[in-house]
Design a protein around this ligand. Structure first.
Ligand code: AMP
Ligand code: TRP
Length: 344
């Protein structure tokens, strides 16, 4: 069965939105608006799988919303909302808790990383997190999901859940006229030169919101001076830049900076190397600073302006949530019938 193309993605309101979030996710969200219907979610229910200070959580929900808007997502043509305002996410997640298998979740590397050594003390929510993520996508029967490379395994799990639901309930789905499959198998959109932006201090570590060193990442709200300082201090090696992509192998820091430049400038790594092959890092970093400041400066300034207007942000989220809920409620009605619940 053909499903109507629909894009869904989410970002956690856990502070310090950075260049990795922008290049790996939000920049793609903006681009997809021209070709698809899109739903973009501030996933606050995911955020609380680890402790969040309530006042900070509120601030962070508004800040991610401001980032979506400042980057150019149109909240009238598409949907921007926060997850906790649409209860159907949690409702479908429960059903998926009963579809997904322990063995599948036990393979999730993000849980292992986040839970660390003290696994006994991790929240149950952190463990079940991928089932909620599957529900986020499938409650809209979304078909395409732009994310960074780190979410690939979770997306595969979403597909497995959709497939198992479709096959477990095959007869019920067919007898109710939903065709052969009720849920689409959502496709990850993980493309381009910056699907995994690395720390500026260590080319083997992902750029992350939670890294103790602020110099490891460029935050979307950093001012020009801070961006310049962070790029200049970014770790490199002693060799000049190569002219071919093969020369980036085994040079993770060089590879990362070239990928960042390429993604910010909407070209590929080979194009950047054509321009900078043979150059010293100092010269390349100068150009990277100019580019990063030109692209990120206006976004940061607009975000700062917008977070001052909580009433506007909250209005966008309320409007988006009502529109999202209409779709989600329709799916949940069908899911309840398919599963065999009695409903009003
Ligand atoms: P999170 O902050 O974990 O909610 O991530 C939001 C989005 O940003 C997801 O699509 C992630 O895959 C993406 N993302 C996070 N960190 C990076 C990174 N270092 N490089 C590329 N994409 C990233
Ligand atoms: N797990 C994603 C992350 O940490 C965020 C997320 C939650 C998401 N639900 C989603 C992404 C649904 C895409 C689709 O980055």
């Amino acid at each position: 069965m053909a499903f109507k193309p629909l894009v869904f993605s989410g970002v956690q309101p856990t502070g310090n939105l950075h260049l990795g979030n922008y290049l790996g996710a939000i920049k793609k969200f903006v681009e997809l608006q021209n070709s698809h219907d899109c739903i973009y979610c501030v996933v606050d229910l995911h955020a609380i799988t680890v402790w969040q200070d309530p006042a900070e959580l509120t601030r962070n929900i508004r800040e991610v919303t401001a980032a979506f808007l400042a980057c150019g997502i149109d909240p009238k043509k598409h949907i921007i909302f926060n997850q906790s305002q649409v209860a159907e996410h949690a409702e479908l997640a429960w059903i998926f808790n009963c579809v997904a298998r322990l063995g599948w979740l036990n393979r999730m590397t993000q849980f292992k990383e986040k839970a660390g050594k003290d696994r006994e003390n991790a929240s149950v929510g952190l463990y079940a997190y991928p089932n909620l993520m599957a529900a986020d996508i499938l409650v809209y029967r979304a078909t395409h999901v732009p994310v960074g490379e780190d979410q690939k395994q979770h997306l595969e799990l979403s597909r497995d859940i959709a497939q198992k639901f479709n096959s477990d309930f095959k007869e019920s789905i067919e007898s109710r006229g939903f065709g052969e499959a009720f849920f689409p198998l959502p496709e990850p959109l993980i493309q381009g030169p910056a699907t995994r932006v690395m720390s500026l201090r260590d080319g083997s570590k992902k750029m992350s919101k939670s890294d103790a060193s602020d110099y490891s990442r460029i935050n979307l709200t950093d001012d020009s001076d801070t961006i310049a300082q962070k790029v200049r201090k970014a770790k490199t090696d002693a060799e000049p830049l190569p002219s071919e992509q093969k020369g980036l192998e085994a040079r993770p820091e060089a590879d990362n900076l070239i990928g960042i430049y390429a993604a910010l400038n909407d070209v590929n790594k080979a194009d950047v190397l054509k321009e900078f092959g043979g150059a010293q890092f100092s010269a390349f970093k100068g150009s990277l600073v100019d580019l990063a400041v030109a692209k990120l400066g206006p976004i940061g300034a607009e975000m700062k302006r917008m977070v001052g207007d909580a009433a506007y942000i909250d209005g966008v989220l309320a409007d988006g949530s009502s529109r999202a809920q209409i779709i989600a409620a329709e799916t949940m009605k069908a899911v309840k019938d398919i599963v065999g619940f009695v409903r009003r």
